[in-house]
Design a protein around this ligand. Structure first.
Ligand code: NAP
Ligand code: ZN
Ligand code: ZN
Length: 346
């Protein structure tokens, strides 16, 4: 077994603290990764605090993992020792159902997606990237472009793919007017991608302090949504709106901004259901949908796109002893724009 050190939440009310555990010995198809950096995603907080009602403890959060390959199994072909490697939100799936075959393992029809942490398998619980090592099947590990700063690449493994995938799927690009709601970890990546795809991109934010940043990150327009009535005079002009907000909020004004037949997609997963006013979707035959991360093939495509266009996350480095402080700031929407844990601080 592989002795591993990490930070685990032992229940819903105590923040993660130092904990020792074991990963399996790498099998023929497995790689062992020495983790260098791990991003802090709001989903880590939702799950550790059991806001989604699915928490399994002890929980070692973290699914924005980058590091170097330290060991490879005898049948491994994609990686060699010393390669940079990344791990996102999943480490396995059934691999044979239509969704898995289509490269959408996150939507495995058998419900057999194994999440990087907080999943129960025959071998026990899975443990994530707030730790110094991870063992997984090479099929679910990603190659990291060499030209990108490694720490700033970590958030691409969740915030990156979660926004890249729906923007691609719903056709963000030249000639389209795209709205991004919430300028946090996901939101700032959505803004970068929408801009890079050539769309006219409008950032919606509740934080006046982020307006100038949003413009620098690629927004053609920034709209402050703090005061009621902010949506007056915007018309029905949007082709697609991507909601990246972590907390419950009223989506009705945004539905009013969509063109006829246009789509409102939430990647944000607040702890309470999204309320959809029937009138707001009926008038204009509008669609409300969601999207979860992206498959392994598309995640590699996103990383390669980032390598080619020099896209990484805007990060604030932090250390394990300051994890609780970082989580408080994430919940207050006070991070520009993603915290990344340095494994050396473990
Ligand atoms: P984050 O960094 O905390 O960003 C959330 C942003 O939402 C904040 O920066 C803030 O932006 C806005 N916001 C916060 N509270 C708000 C409120 N009460 N009303 C309106 N806006 C508010 O979170 P994240 O890591 O980007 O994650 C965002 C959400 O996506 C979380 O729910 C997370 O669990 C979910 N998620 C889903 C997937 C998926 O596969 N679907 C993957 C990863 C994460 P402004 O300051 O600009 O207003
Ligand atoms: Zn995440
Ligand atoms: Zn499947």
């Amino acid at each position: 077994m592989i002795a591993t050190k990490g930070y685990a939440a032992q229940n819903a009310t105590t923040d993660p603290a130092l904990w020792s555990f074991e990963h399996r010995e790498p099998g023929p198809n497995d790689i062992l990764i020495d983790i260098h950096f791990c991003g802090i995603c709001h989903s880590d907080i939702h799950q550790a605090r059991n806001e989604w009602g699915n928490a399994l403890y002890p929980m070692v959060p973290g699914h924005e993992i980058v590091g170097t390959v330290a060991r490879v199994g005898s049948a491994v072909t994609k990686f060699k020792v010393g390669d940079k490697a990344g791990v996102g939100c999943m480490v396995d799936s059934c691999r044979v159902c239509p969704s898995c075959k289509a490269g959408e393992e996150q939507y495995c029809d058998k419900g057999a997606t194994v999440w990087t942490y907080n999943s129960k398998t025959d071998a026990g619980l899975t443990f994530g990237g707030y730790s110094d090592k991870i063992v997984l099947d090479e099929s679910f590990a990603l190659h990291i472009p060499d030209n990108l700063n490694l720490a700033a690449t970590a958030p691409l493994l969740c915030a990156g793919i979660t926004t890249y995938s729906p923007l691609r799927h719903f056709g963000a690009g030249e000639g389209k007017r795209i709205g991004i709601v919430g300028l946090g970890g996901l939101g700032h990546m959505a803004l970068k991608f929408s801009h890079a795809f050539g769309a006219h991109t409008v950032q919606f934010t509740t934080s006046a302090s982020k307006i100038e940043d949003a413009k620098k990150l690629g927004a053609d327009e920034v709209i402050l949504t703090k005061e009621a009535g902010w949506d007056a005079n915007l018309g029905r002009t949007f082709d697609f709106v991507l909601d990246c907000v972590s907390a419950p909020h009223d989506i009705t004004p945004y539905l009013g901004l969509l063109k006829r037949d246009a789509v409102y997609c939430s990647v944000g997963i607040p702890e309470t259901p999204i309320q959809v006013a029937a009138f707001a979707v009926a008038m204009g035959r509008k669609h409300v949908t969601g999207s979860a991360i992206g498959g392994i093939k598309e995640t590699q495509e996103m990383l390669d796109f980032c390598g080619k266009h020099n896209i990484v996350s805007d990060i604030e480095m932090t250390t394990f002893d300051k994890l609780s402080e970082a989580w408080v700031r994430v919940v207050k929407a006070d991070v520009k724009y993603r915290f990344v844990l340095d494994t050396k601080s473990l």
